[in-house]
Write a protein that binds this ligand. Structure first.
Ligand code: PPE
Length: 310
């Protein structure tokens, strides 16, 4: 098995590039014990202008928003954090890949009462192909509704992409994987559809594209991208509460996320969705999404930040 800690390359840690294998923390690192930290998942794609980071400033902004929600003060400016991502991506000489900025509290003190701990930032970048096999992008995945409820907005707040929130996601995802599915669908505490364990969710019915409101899911950047591109394609989009059985009777359904990209759902809880194959609107949105991130369209050039130069 590949060991992600044993690679050549560079990791940006607190302002400087350190050799990949030396980017370490102490075992008493506060975030390791209690999960109070925040992170981002960002992708860069190869484009005709060279490797470009997709919606870099929006990801950086969400990192700062997440930190603010958890009352963590990042000791860098947003411009410095965006520059760090470009720098580490370039240093690793990648064409396409995934970036993982993460903010964590230091090991100065233990305990829930600890205040005034150092706020640290790392950014790693490595090639990370979509975790579904390429076939899934065409045929779609099988999903089950999780027995675990998505965080209530006043338990751990879903607008923060915080480390601890992913305990909930991992419990739900592993339950789904153990039962032979590919992903879990999370319902909120009122029983309405919220999101996947690391993706936002969309359904299509009678040509209209629907996705849950932002109150109980992460403000996904891919979600926003797909909503924008769908409107540009002349589709009607609605952000509203969605029930589990509405997904069963949808014509099409798909997940969106930086890591997952645009991923068709062909089945939920053993019920076929639509024809049980990738639907035409999903296929169209998937295609415009990949063209957009790979710089094959002239639209939204500001979403693509070249890694090198300028
Ligand atoms: N909801 C959750 C819970 C989530 O984790 C993500 C991203 C999204 C929605 C979609 O957000 P966006 O990437 O901005 O479109 N999940 C990240 C981590 C995935 C992982 O496996 O780790 C990601 O996609 O990078």
């Amino acid at each position: 098995m590949e060991n992600l800690s044993d690679r050549d390359g560079w990791i940006w840690q607190n302002g400087k590039l350190v050799p990949w294998r030396e980017a370490k923390v102490h075992v008493l690192t506060h975030t390791l014990h209690y999960g109070v930290g925040v992170f981002e998942g960002v992708r860069a794609y190869d484009t005709p202008r060279g490797p470009c980071i997709f919606r870099l400033d929006e990801h950086t902004r969400r990192l700062f928003d997440s930190a603010h929600i958890l009352d963590l003060e990042i000791p860098f400016t947003p411009a410095e954090v965006s520059a760090a991502q470009r720098e580490v991506f370039a240093a690793n000489e990648l064409k396409e890949g995934y970036l993982r900025p993460m903010v964590y509290l230091g090991a100065e003190a233990m305990g829930l009462r600890a205040k005034g701990l150092s706020v640290n930032l790392v950014v790693a970048a490595w090639p990370w192909p979509n975790y579904m096999d390429p076939e899934s992008r065409e045929v779609g995945i099988r999903v089950r509704t999780s027995s675990y409820t998505r965080h209530h907005v006043n338990i751990t707040m879903c607008k923060a992409k915080s480390n601890g929130n992913y305990i909930n996601s991992i419990l739900a995802l592993h339950e789904a994987l153990d039962s032979g599915c590919d992903e879990a669908l999370m319902l909120d505490n009122e029983g309405y559809v919220s999101e996947g364990t690391g993706e936002n969710v969309f359904v299509v019915r009678d040509g209209v594209v629907h996705t849950p409101e932002l109150t109980s899911c992460l403000a996904g950047i891919t979600r926003d991208t797909v909503l924008t591109l769908a409107r540009d394609e002349g589709l009607t989009v609605e952000e509203r509460r969605i029930t589990r059985d509405e997904v069963y009777i949808a014509d099409e359904a798909f997940f969106t996320g930086t890591a997952a990209e645009v991923l068709p759902i062909r089945e939920l809880d053993g019920r076929r969705i639509g024809t049980g194959a990738r639907g035409p609107i999903t296929e169209r949105l998937q295609s415009v999404y990949f063209d957009q991130v790979r710089g094959q369209r002239n639209t939204y050039p500001e979403w693509l930040t070249p890694v090198g130069g300028g």
